[in-house]
Design a protein. Structure first.
Length: 158
């Protein structure tokens, strides 16, 4: 059994990027990533090793993101005042911000699939996390990349 600190250090940035791909909001992504690791901390003694630890962690993170999306739908956030939004230094810049925006416009399933793909997870693990066949994952990744490529044709750098 891995030490929690090692797990946290190994997976924090990947879980954060996954949450960012889902939520397209740095503060919410940080909160949900933190909630993910609170859950990992609490449930680690019960982890039976039936899947890879990373698969288990990404499944927890995906579920946390879906819960956050559901909460946001029930209680929409108000827009941040312009002067505060402009001062936020945590927001990614340029093409990366545009990529997160484009990903956030995808369906929930497509968001998780492409976020896990961007994290370099094997397609078999993505299939396990999402609950679809590996062949379906391959097809969906191809279609998602086509959608994102199409969106980037309209990217003007602003």
């Amino acid at each position: 059994m891995q030490d929690f600190k090692e797990i946290y250090e190994q997976y924090w940035s990947r879980v954060y990027r996954l949450c960012m791909g889902y939520l397209n909001d740095t503060a919410h992504a940080q909160d949900v990533a933190q909630e993910t690791f609170v859950t990992v901390w609490e449930k680690l003694p019960q982890f039976r090793g039936e899947s890879a630890i990373g698969t288990w962690i990404f499944r927890i993170a995906s579920n946390q993101c879906l819960r956050q999306i559901a909460r946001d739908k029930r209680m929409p956030r108000s827009a941040m005042p312009g002067e505060i939004a402009e001062k936020s230094e945590a927001a990614p810049e340029g093409k990366i911000a545009y990529l997160y925006k484009a990903i956030s416009e995808l369906s929930e399933t497509d968001r998780i699939i492409i976020s896990l793909e961007l994290e370099g997870l094997p397609q078999a693990e993505i299939a396990s996390i999402v609950g679809i066949s590996e062949g379906n994952v391959r097809v969906k990744i191809h279609r998602i990349k086509d959608k994102l490529t199409e969106k980037f044709k309209h990217y003007d750098g602003h």
